[in-house]
Design a protein around this ligand. Structure first.
Ligand code: MG
Length: 262
């Protein structure tokens, strides 16, 4: 080894020692940077393809930053029965999945999210009240967002379609007819926990067929990330076009452009 090479190797060794001995830094608390109104140094919101909304006769296209959980072709990559790697019993055909043989839950967990779910109760009406097209969407510590045929089908209000089951009826009954595709857009925010205390309860907002039915309803308790679960209540309810996306924070976008050099 030449003298020069030995010096280089030596410097690397000293460098590695310094890095190895550096004490572990506590993760810094992220303070939101304050920007003045009209500040051009502010990060630009991330650019996404918004996809398309869902028309009545076919599924829409998810936004480009969504995790697609069911695109009509298969379930086993994203879903399980009870977290177990067993064969999925739900029937997948013609771009939809039909309830059969147990609840389905996502393999992934989600935090603060926007969840989009399309569903249809059977066209052929059978049963009454809670027995007609019953299924549901569970997001961890929040109440079940009830799926039910609530088109001219009376039941207890906090158990009808789009109810936060057992707690709040929807603000309006925006149900479509049996067999028609319906849409839930759910915005879920986990409880905010600081120094072991809940400083802001979990919140949930729900739109049913584009209509606001719950707005920032607060849920007490401390709960964390959730698997999305679709209920098997013994009725052949269908699902399609399921996706979720992270809510994100203000100013988490792309850095502002470099100032022009003079
Ligand atoms: Mg249900």
């Amino acid at each position: 080894m030449s003298f020069r090479a030995a010096v280089v190797v030596g410097l690397f060794a000293v460098g590695a020692l310094v890095i190895a001995q550096e004490p572990k830094k506590e993760p810094e608390k992220k303070e939101a940077k304050r920007y003045k109104s009209g500040d051009m140094s502010r990060p630009r919101p991330r650019v996404i393809d918004p996809g398309t909304a869902t028309p009545a006769d076919h599924p829409g296209k998810p936004p480009s930053d969504a995790v697609v959980l069911f695109d009509g072709t298969g379930l086993k990559e994203e879903w399980t029965h009870g977290g177990k790697d067993i064969e999925i019993k739900w029937k997948v055909e013609n771009g939809y999945a039909e309830v059969k043989g147990g609840n389905l839950q996502t393999r992934r967990k989600f935090g603060d999210s926007q969840v989009h779910i399309e569903w249809a109760t059977p066209k052929e009406v059978k049963g009454n009240g809670q027995g007609r097209g019953n299924s549901g969407v569970y997001l961890g510590g929040f109440s079940e967002v009830q799926v039910l045929d609530s088109f001219q089908n009376d039941t207890y209000p906090d158990g009808q379609a789009a109810a936060l089951y057992g707690r709040f009826p929807p603000l309006v009954n925006a149900s479509r007819k049996p067999g028609e595709w319906q849409v839930y857009d759910i915005i879920a925010q986990l409880p905010k926990v600081e120094d072991g205390k809940v400083t802001r309860p979990g919140r949930i907002t729900v739109l049913h067929n584009g209509v606001l039915v719950h707005h920032a309803v607060e849920f007490p308790g401390r709960f964390g990330e959730f698997n999305i679960l679709l209920q098997d209540h013994g009725n052949p309810v269908r699902y399609r076009n399921i996706w979720a996306r992270k809510l994100g924070e203000y100013d988490d976008g792309t850095p502002p452009p470099e100032p022009k050099k003079k």
